[in-house]
Design a binder for this molecule. Structure first.
Ligand code: AHG
Ligand code: MN
Ligand code: MN
Length: 333
């Protein structure tokens, strides 16, 4: 049996009427840009791509060189194709419409061009996260407001993880599927159809150093995780924290678990650390399409009506039964 390449998968999804030709083209362009990013990431010091860019972004964070390089690669790849109206990025204050010299399409693309940037200089897996929305019909000059749609409106979501393998994990609303990059041929090959998140887990991903800043419900939930068989959960848990959301979520899609970045009082004005539009929403769609849940601890992430392009949310995402357990603790008082 011939391996199914991403191109063949997308052609067959279009033939089955599950995606349009325009969406197929958009996904192909985004993934080709991710292949270029993967090459840049893989060069490391040899490519002069490590270290700080010497600039900051709208998040108030110092940018790494690869944050900026990855952002540019995605913008340039998506400028001329005619399938996109505008892009929005973690690394840009406002959305960027397709240049007027090119035709505009019917989609909006959002991305975190390099997720896990703090890991790039220490050779730990990083990735690119992307989300696709429809451009409102009457939108001729896309503005930030046109992007402010709930995550349930996404028509596609995915990430590329640059790890020991470069992998693409993609959903267009018909399951979540994994593709592995054949580096010799420069092609992504379907290696796992219909990923399924195991409903229960003994593994949580959390940055425990923030513990003293959490709200009481979160303290109680984590306290019982740590109590293991000595506590009400009646089972021992293991912990993992890679500090690249793409890597932690990829592990959870592969073997189950719960990834948590809760609200903390370190900066009480922020609802959380992770961004709704290009981290929580795309990861939420991917995990829900694989049978998992994505919650703020109190509501479904994909139902949130955004009011700002870079707004942040608390994130509890992964194995259904464990996210539901976390929500029960947050329903207390
Ligand atoms: P980014 O590099 O795009 O800013 O994202 C980093 C995020 C996420 O990938 C990760 O799970 C989290 O920040 C790690 O936060 P801490 O460094 O606070 O653990
Ligand atoms: Mn990120
Ligand atoms: Mn980033």
């Amino acid at each position: 049996m011939q391996p199914v390449t991403l191109t063949r998968y997308l052609v067959e999804e279009q033939r089955a009427g599950r995606i349009s030709a325009e969406l197929r083209q958009l996904i192909s362009v985004v993934v080709r840009a991710c292949t270029t990013i993967s090459i840049a990431v893989g060069k490391g010091a040899l490519g002069g791509v490590l270290g700080e860019a010497g600039t900051g972004n709208v998040q108030g964070e110092a940018q790494k060189k690869l944050d900026v390089i990855s952002n540019e690669i995605l913008l340039e790849a998506n400028a001329w194709g005619g399938h996109l109206a505008a892009c929005a990025s973690e690394e840009m204050d406002h959305c960027q419409p397709v240049p007027d010299e090119f035709p505009k399409g019917h989609f909006l693309l959002l991305f975190d061009p390099l997720d896990g940037s703090s890991n790039i200089d220490v050779n730990v897996s990083v990735g690119t996260i992307f989300s696709v929305l429809r451009c409102p019909d009457d939108c001729t000059e896309p503005k930030d407001e046109d992007f402010l749609q709930p995550g349930r409106e996404q028509v596609a979501a995915g990430y590329c993880i640059y790890g020991p393998q470069t992998m693409l994990v993609l959903t267009t609303g018909h399951g979540t599927h994994a593709f592995t990059l054949d580096r010799e041929q420069g092609l992504f090959v379907l290696t796992q159809r219909d990923m399924q998140v195991p409903p229960a887990t003994k593994e949580f991903a959390l940055n425990m150093s923030n513990q003293r800043h959490w709200e009481p419900q979160m303290q109680a939930y984590v306290g019982d995780l740590l109590a293991g068989t000595d506590g009400p959960r009646g089972k021992d848990f293991n912990m993992r924290w890679i500090a690249s959301m793409v890597a932690d979520v990829h592990r959870i899609l592969t073997r189950g678990g719960i990834f948590i970045y809760p609200w903390d009082a370190k900066d009480a004005s922020k609802a959380g650390k992770l961004r709704l539009m290009y981290e929580a929403n795309p990861m939420g769609m991917l995990v829900e399409q694989a049978g998992g849940l994505a919650s703020t601890g109190r509501e479904r992430i994909l139902d949130i009506q955004p009011d700002q392009l870079h707004q942040r949310v608390p994130v509890f995402i992964g194995s259904r039964e464990e996210v539901e357990a976390a929500e029960r603790y947050h329903a207390q008082g």
